[in-house]
Design a protein around this ligand. Structure first.
Ligand code: B12
Length: 214
């Protein structure tokens, strides 16, 4: 039964049918399916498939935009369910999508999971240049800075941001975590990040580990 709901959600995301996505998400919530499963089994595989279709030339930018927007709405619909879960103050997390990159669906899911695990999160938004990360870190008292990069072309902006933190004397003040579809543990090691999160759930675990190291 729940498998069918997830398959229908996959299909609706692939088709970019916003009304259907919202209706199916609502009914999945009503049926008592966990918001984690709705994301992991219903929505995320759907948007990944959209990426594959775009890559293979079957989809073009308009389809990417329509499915992306519909996915954003569904994530917003799930957000209150996550925020209700826990409240203790874990730590302060600064996050943004790196310069040149406007993808934020994954980053927003990371934020949702962090908040539901007690983190206070400041979201800088998208297309954030290194100096903006530096200013925020200088002015705020953050434990971790997270950077999201979805394009191979924008991954180097994460490295530039780390270099800027070093040259501004801020690198010792904060742990750095990176993520996004093309990012790997190897890349994180290569650019001197403290951790890599493969998804939002991994991000929460790794963030807690980094906090213990502080
Ligand atoms: C939706 C989408 C868009 C939407 C974005 C809408 C939005 N508000 O985000 C729009 C239409 C704007 C878009 C534009 C473009 N896109 Co696009 N897009 C996608 C798509 C289909 C889905 C991305 C997504 O939301 N995934 C779902 C989320 C849940 O997954 P995620 O982002 O990976 O996030 C998870 C983890 O990575 C991790 N994570 C993410 N961030 C962080 C941060 C931290 C700190 C941590 C720890 C973890 C973490 O946790 C998240 C949750 O579990 C991907 C395909 C794909 N496979 O990713 C292509 C994709 C990323 N796009 C691509 C391209 C080429 C483009 C464009 C250049 C297209 C164009 N010709 O204009 C532009 C670039 C615009 C720009 N300058 O940024 C390519 C990139 C290829 C590459 N390797 O460089 C992809 C891979 C599609 C493809 N297969 O070709 N895109």
């Amino acid at each position: 039964m729940s498998q069918e709901v997830f398959e229908n959600l996959n299909k609706a995301v692939i088709e970019g049918d916003e009304d259907k996505i919202l209706e199916l998400t609502h009914s999945a919530i009503e049926q008592g399916l966990s918001p984690d499963d709705i994301l992991k089994k219903g929505l995320i595989p759907g948007i990944r498939k959209v990426g594959e279709l775009f890559n293979s030339g079957e989809y073009f930018l308009p389809e990417l935009i329509v499915s992306g927007k519909a996915m954003e709405k569904a994530v917003q619909q799930l957000t209150p369910l996550f925020h209700g879960e826990t409240a203790s103050n874990t730590g302060k997390f600064l996050i943004g999508t790196v310069r040149g990159d406007v993808h934020d669906i994954g980053k927003n899911i990371v934020i949702m999971m962090l908040k539901s695990n007690g983190w206070e999160v400041t979201d800088l938004g998208v297309d954030i240049p290194p100096d903006q990360f530096c200013t925020a870190i200088r002015e705020g008292n953050y434990n971790i800075c997270g950077m999201s990069a979805l394009l191979t072309m924008t991954m180097p902006a994460a490295e530039e941001t780390i270099k800027a933190l070093e040259s501004e004397g801020l690198r010792d003040k904060i742990k750095v975590m990176i993520g996004g579809a093309p990012v790997t543990q190897e890349y994180a090691d290569q650019i001197g990040a403290d951790a890599f999160g493969k998804d939002a759930w991994d991000a929460v675990t790794k963030a807690e580990n980094l906090l213990k190291m502080n």
